[in-house]
Design a binder for this molecule. Sequence first.
Ligand SMILES: O=C1O[C@H](COP(=O)(O)O)[C@@H](O)[C@H](O)[C@H]1O
Length: 225
Amino acid sequence: MKGADVNSPRETLAQQLAEAVAAALKADLEHQSRVLLVVSGGSTPAAFLRALSTLPLDWTHVDVTLADERWVEESDPASNARLVRETLRQNHAAGARFVGLKTPDGTPEEGVAEAAERITPLAWPASAVVLGMGEDGHTASLFADSPELERALATSEPLVAVRTPGLEPRITLSADYLHRARRHFLHITGEHKRAVLAHAMVGDDVRELPIRTFLACPLAVYWAP
Ligand SMILES: O=C1O[C@H](COP(=O)(O)O)[C@@H](O)[C@H](O)[C@H]1O
């Protein structure tokens, strides 16, 4: 079909989000020597991160870190650092500096101080935070059933070690640090997540659906079926 959009809705969404994020980084590079981008892990961001890697900008002045990380080796398929390495750190974006959250320590509780030392000197406020959302309404590693949720929502520390029943130990940026960004994007796909977000929008209990903590400020929602 000549002239038809051959990309799937999710690929088109990823490209549009990548263009918006690249524009934000470029705009801030006009008046900052370094800029910071915070990206999420999981399965949704791969197409966005690949698309972003192909966009030209002064990547050597861009730092990239994660909204959260699973406490697994980078060789593990669950590693968010691995996702960034395999998708973003190529093409034009190969020159970006990635600052990961996982340390060699055995647990996130042991590693949290070193990880905080790594990320505190970065160019906060971040130019952009690209959040994801699980089907349970978690974002980053702010989980409703995590005993550390209260602290992660309230602390002004950058990072919190998180234990969630049934999941690997994790480390997450605190809500405060995630809020510290010039622009917030939410990248989600599928009918289930649309319904979860719609439900989140009509209530205000952040402890039930942690994504709600980002609904009180401007949030650009990128959704496709
Ligand atoms: O565990 C995580 O889940 C969310 C959503 O992941 P997805 O696979 O449903 O896209 C993600 O935003 C977060 O960074 C990640 O660690």
